[in-house]
Structure formats: structure tokens, C-alpha cells
Write a protein that binds this ligand. Structure first.
Ligand SMILES: [Zn+2]
Ligand SMILES: [Zn+2]
Length: 374
């Protein structure tokens, strides 16, 4: 099942044409003028795996204003511009008085159900953007996740008789969001994507864990990062997250940035939120190194290469070097200084949450496993 961005057409995708005191649809392809921001919105939505669906009432042909072939020209132009297939555009061509009552003319919801059936769309994860109360009613009835109402100039100017806003107030239907521009919808779309989870995985590499937002400093092909930046620059506001997970990450950060990261994670965690991370326990690894450099490698549980790599990093790619080393004492001091009130230590912190890593059970693979609580 796919999620979709449903778009009304006239007044949402393209400008309406003023005829008398009526806002009408363009009758000729030359009159078709796209609204500012629509292309950006559609591109952003596609990037986030939304299917783009257009749902539009088009009674003008039956009204005798123009011919169906002109309507198809306009429709092809829209499909080309938005780079969507013709089959993603659903129209109701019926007209009150001329057609028997149809089930597709918004505020009825037939167009949504057709799109759902044809493209296997999960309406509960989909978004509707429209500039008429009819769009909001139809979307509401089929259980659309977010109904976004685009205020057109008419509504802003009059805000009175016959405006969609007053109609919505009258029928007591509240859109999830009222916007004035399509750019606001694009911003909202990014926000919705980001607020899926209240947990962040730092340095996820090519194996992002499910149920987390993901941050890394480099992009691994095929991985969809929410934050491509340094960990202390993750753009989440204060008191938002319940958990930050950083396994095999913190030793890759310079001392100064390590402190910045601790403080930043403290800031974006909510009260009671947990920062889970581990670092190699240098008290143990320095003993291994002593053995190695004093001809007693046989005492070590790992080959020499593994010991050097735990101290200086495996160095498989740039950034895979280790830049800070810690003992329990020095680490706990830093965590307290960053403001965390509770610290729990031990690998059970992770295993009890179902998190698995090879080193958790490997004999002698000494790491300091931390749960720091805000
Ligand atoms: Zn419209
Ligand atoms: Zn219809």
C-alpha cells in the first residue's frame, strides 16, 4: 500500500480564471497557468514516496464551455508538467442537472476511492491539498491522514458569504492545517516525514535500524538519511526525543565535538529520554596493547590487528578512525557535566531492548555501555 498526495486541480495546481464574479477553470491550454510552488511540492512528495493523485470536478465540458479534446490537452499539459501519468488524474465530468447524481463529484468521495483501488493507496497515510470546502469534506469522509486547506485570495478578501472558510466553519470541519502558499505545504511535508519517530539513530551507516530517524556524516548509497550532518548539528528542537542510539559511533568523534554531541543530545531529548551509546573501554584495551608490545600477545583474546583497530579505528573509509578514548571514570564525568541526571551502565541496557551487536557477547570485547537519562 502506497501513501498519496491528493491534489485538487483548479486553484491548487493551476490558477483559476476570473469570469464575472466566478473563479472558473481554464478553457484553453494557453490559459493554463501553474501556481507558484506546485512543482516543488510535487517533487518533494515524490522524493518521500508519495504517489501524486489529482482529483478534480470538471463540469465545464457538459456546461458547453469547451470540448472534451481541449480538456484532454490541458490534462496532458498538467501531467507533463508534474511528471505524472495521465492515469493519476481523476476527474468528475458530471454536472448537476445534466447528469444523474454521480458518486464522484466532490464533496462526494468517489474519486478518492477510484484512486485508492487503482493504485492501492493507503488513505490513512495520505495527504489532501485543496482550496475548497468540497475537497476537505471528501477527504475527511475517506479518512485522509492530513487535510490541508489552501486559502485562496477570494477567501482571504471576503472571508464572508459563500467562502470556503465560512462553509467549513458552518459544517464544523476543521482542516489539519490552513496554509496560504504551496511552499508551506512542502515544508509541512518534510516535517511530517521527520516526526514519524521520536527516536534517533546516530551514525547508522548502511544498516539503519527500523523505528528510528537516521543521522550520519556520509551518505551510504541506498540508505535514506533524515539528517546528513554532524551529530551535534541535528536539527531537532528541544525536548523532542525519547531515545538517541549511537553504537560504535562516539569514539569516532574528537573530544571537543564529543562534548558538543553530549550537550546537543541532552537538549533534544525530552525529560526521562535516554541517550544510549558505547565506547571501547580503554582500561582493558590498553592492557591488551601492553601485552602486544611486550611479547605476550598469547594472553590477548584478539589478534594484534583487532587491538590496533580498536584503538585507532578500522580505517575502512575516511571517518573510520578513532578520535577519542575513554575510561569509565573520564566518561562518566563528561556525561554528568552535560547535564544528564541518571547513568546506567552495562550491556543489559541494550540487550533488554532487543538491540543486538556481535561485541555484546564476545568474550573480552570490553566496551563501556551507557544509558544516560535526561
Ligand atoms: Zn479548487
Ligand atoms: Zn461525477
Amino acid at each position: 500500500m502506497k501513501k498519496a498526495l491528493f491534489l485538487d486541480r483548479d486553484g491548487t495546481i493551476n490558477e483559476t480564471i476570473k469570469r464575472g464574479d466566478q473563479d472558473d477553470s481554464p478553457f484553453k491550454v494557453e490559459d493554463l497557468k501553474f501556481k507558484e510552488g506546485i512543482k516543488d511540492l510535487v517533487m518533494a512528495a515524490k522524493k518521500k514516496d508519495f504517489e501524486i493523485i489529482v482529483v478534480t470536478n470538471q463540469p465545464s465540458v457538459l456546461k458547453g464551455n469547451f470540448e472534451l479534446k481541449e480538456y484532454e490537452k490541458i490534462t496532458s499539459e498538467i501531467a507533463n508538467y508534474l511528471e505524472i501519468p495521465r492515469e493519476n488524474i481523476f476527474e468528475c465530468l458530471h454536472k448537476e442537472g445534466l447528469s444523474s447524481e454521480c458518486g464522484c463529484r466532490k464533496p462526494k468521495n468517489g474519486l478518492f476511492l477510484m484512486a485508492k483501488g487503482m493504485h492501492s493507496i493507503d488513505l490513512g497515510k495520505s495527504i489532501m491539498v485543496g482550496d475548497s470546502w468540497r475537497d476537505m469534506v471528501a477527504a475527511d469522509e475517506v479518512g485522509i491522514f492530513k487535510k490541508i486547506f489552501l486559502v485562496c485570495e477570494e477567501d482571504e478578501d471576503h472571508h464572508g458569504n459563500g467562502s470556503s472558510i465560512s462553509k467549513l466553519e458552518e459544517i464544523q470541519l476543521k482542516p489539519d492545517k490552513i496554509v496560504k502558499t504551496l511552499n508551506e505545504v512542502t515544508a509541512l511535508l518534510n516535517e511530517i516525514g521527520r516526526l514519524r519517530y521520536d527516536k534517533l539513530e546516530m551514525g547508522c551507516g548502511g544498516k539503519p535500524s527500523g523505528g528510528y530517524l537516521h543521522q550520519d556524516v556520509t551518505l551510504v548509497e541506498g540508505t535514506d538519511l533524515d539528517y546528513l550532518c554532524n551529530p551535534w548539528e541535528v536539527d531537532i528542537s528541544e525536548n523532542k526525543l525519547s531515545e538517541v542510539l549511537a553504537l560504535g559511533v562516539m569514539e569516532h568523534i574528537r573530544y571537543e565535538d564529543f562534548r558538543k554531541t553530549l550537550r546537543h543530545m541532552f537538549k533534544i531529548l525530552k525529560k526521562g529520554g535516554e541517550f544510549l551509546f558505547d565506547v571501547p573501554d580503554m582500561k582493558v584495551w590498553s592492557e591488551y596493547l601492553y601485552n602486544l608490545t611486550h611479547g605476550q600477545s598469547e594472553k590477548n583474546p584478539f589478534p594484534n590487528e583487532h587491538i590496533w583497530a580498536t584503538i585507532y579505528g578500522w580505517q575502512r573509509w575516511p571517518g573510520d578512525e578513532h578520535k577519542s578514548g575513554w575510561t569509565k571514570e573520564s566518561l562518566l564525568r563528561e556525561i554528568k557535566e552535560a547535564g544528564f541526571s541518571g547513568i546506567v551502565e552495562g550491556v543489559e541496557v541494550y540487550t533488554s531492548k532487543g538491540i543486538k551487536r556481535g561485541r555484546f557477547t564476545r568474550e573480552g570485547d570490553a566496551h563501556i555501555y551507557i544509558k544516560a537519562i535526561k
